[in-house]
Design a protein around this ligand. Structure first.
Ligand code: HEC
Ligand code: HEC
Length: 196
């Protein structure tokens, strides 16, 4: 092998490796079901449907838990009732990993960016940021809130406040939302939706 061909081989491997290693495609187990999910949640997990959450960059465990809650009845599945019933545990695991691997939804740029000082005066005493993280990217079973659709954030907080959504039933979200006024919910949702 001449120095020149050695160099060419090395260059070809260097080009081939990164694209082979990237999880650009979903695993076979969820490839076909994703066409159904994408119809509502958007092809890259960024939703453009009213009251329908973006799923991109949600923590893996959070997505898995929510799908199990909806399949087992701990959370009302609403529009997802038919499809969530068919999901196997393996598919739920792969869906969790898939959505976590997608780039986060872009922060909302339109409309008022939300009053940060007012939002923080509601958020800080309730320690929202200690569970959802300082940048609201979520962790473990705690969802990402940054860049989420504001109409969905409002619905979720109203559902926790009224007890309509119990989730894991540990009551953390019910406890923090019960003292929120409609106005507070609006302020938080606007602020978080504009957060990158
Ligand atoms: C017909 C529309 C529709 C389809 C199809 C659909 N979803 Fe949903 N999904 C929704 C709506 C609406 C919600 C919000 C429910 C609520 O308000 O509690 C939701 C909620 C979720 C949540 C909870 C997210 C969160 O932030 O709490 C996850 C996870 C999810 N869907 C995953 C999926 C997956 C995976 C599929 C495909 C197997 C799927 N969805 C198919 C409409 C849909
Ligand atoms: C003790 C930890 C904790 C605190 C404090 C907390 N959260 Fe949560 N939050 C969670 C967990 C866990 C979930 C998932 C709940 C479930 O469905 O089981 C959640 C879910 C949510 C959701 C639904 C996300 C989605 O995509 O469905 C919203 C919105 C939310 N929290 C907003 C807030 C806000 C706003 C505050 C402060 C007022 C707050 N949280 C304080 C732990 C916390």
């Amino acid at each position: 092998m001449t120095a020149k061909t050695r160099f060419l081989c090395a260059a070809m491997i260097a080009v081939a490796l990164p694209s082979a290693g990237r999880a650009a495609d979903p695993p076979a187990s969820i490839k076909s079901i994703l066409t159904t999910c994408n119809a509502c949640h958007g092809p890259k997990g960024v939703s453009s449907l009213a009251q329908t959450p973006s799923l991109a960059a949600q923590p893996n465990i959070f997505t898995q838990y929510q799908l199990v809650f909806m399949r087992e009845g701990g959370r009302k599945p609403g529009a997802m009732a038919a499809v969530v019933k068919t999901l196997t545990d393996d598919q739920i695991r792969d869906l969790g990993a898939w959505y976590e691997s997608l780039p986060p939804p872009p922060a909302l740029k339109t409309g008022e960016g939300g009053d940060e000082a007012r939002a923080m005066a509601i958020i800080k005493p309730r320690h929202c940021d200690s569970c959802h993280k300082e940048d609201f990217s979520g962790q473990g079973e705690t969802g990402r809130l940054a860049g989420q659709r504001p109409d969905y954030l409002i619905k979720a907080l109203e559902d926790f406040r009224s007890g309509e959504r119990r989730g894991r039933g540990m009551g953390a979200m019910m406890e923090v939302s019960v003292t929120l006024k409609d106005d507070d919910i609006q302020t938080i949702a606007t602020y978080l939706a504009h957060k990158p």
